[in-house]
Design a protein around this ligand. Sequence first.
Ligand code: ADP
Ligand code: MG
Length: 301
Amino acid sequence: ATPTAIMVASGVGASQGVLIKGGDAMEKAHKVKIVVFDKTGTLTIGKPEVVSAVLFSKFSREELCDMTIAVEANSEHPIAKAVVTHAKRLKQSCGSQSIEQIQDVKDFEVHVGSGVSGKVKAKTVLVGNKKLMNAFNVPISPMVEKYMSENEILARTCVLVSIEGNIAGAFCVTDPVKPEAKSVISFLHNMGISTIIVTGDNWATANAIANEVGISEVFAEIDPMGKADIVKDLQMKGMTVAMVGDGINDSPALAAADVGMAIGAGTDIAIEAADVVLVKSNLEDVVTAIDLSKNTISRIW
Ligand code: ADP
Ligand code: MG
């Protein structure tokens, strides 16, 4: 396409809330054969809420909540915010006098893609997924397994809390899919474009979300570099790849893709790594971006 055509398309895009950086993405977007979607915050709304909580050990509900809040209050992850809010509510409902009081944490650590840890009152507390528990050799009993799978099949993500090497409790969050997700996926399929989900979350939850939106190919439990590797593999198979994501953990994949599309409500790092910004955070604009490129190119030839 000529620079003028690209400028015109960029202007039209901007007026519709699709910001396109540079002409390169515009040149490639009409050739896209596959769209790789992140799950959390991209296909889903990204505002998780706790819908189930359970106590597994000798600790009291208040102790479990105190330990969990102490560690999660240091995390920026949307799941952490949901867990803290719920744990405070639980403390309130068991008559706690110290709802806003947060215990001190020592040795706080973020484990990217699996959770957080720290020491509270000299006890080691881990908050995160099964991968985190495995990494610290925390055994997961059949009872805990059962609770998790019952929730994961409902597209919920379970957060486990271990205190001193024992699972003390769990919180399950739900994060509904965006209302337009399903129709956008089916629209893409009708355009002859394939779709896949690539997520850091677990397989059961990822599969449940995939089912809900009509995506049949899923890669779960993938770390940030793994997301980029999947994009590169598809490119090596000769496909022009678009990646849609919102998180820091998506930025390597957004940069690797032929057309990286960041959700406007996403993190700055993702927006920086992308070629296209979907300002309205609406998935319909994935199609808008591809259409803009088609129109630009066809007007030239
Ligand atoms: P996604 O690719 O879905 O955006 P992330 O890579 O950010 O996910 O996280 C992967 C998984 O790690 C989450 O689904 C969650 O189980 C766990 N996790 C990460 N951070 C936290 C946290 N602060 N508290 C609890 N769980 C966490
Ligand atoms: Mg995300």
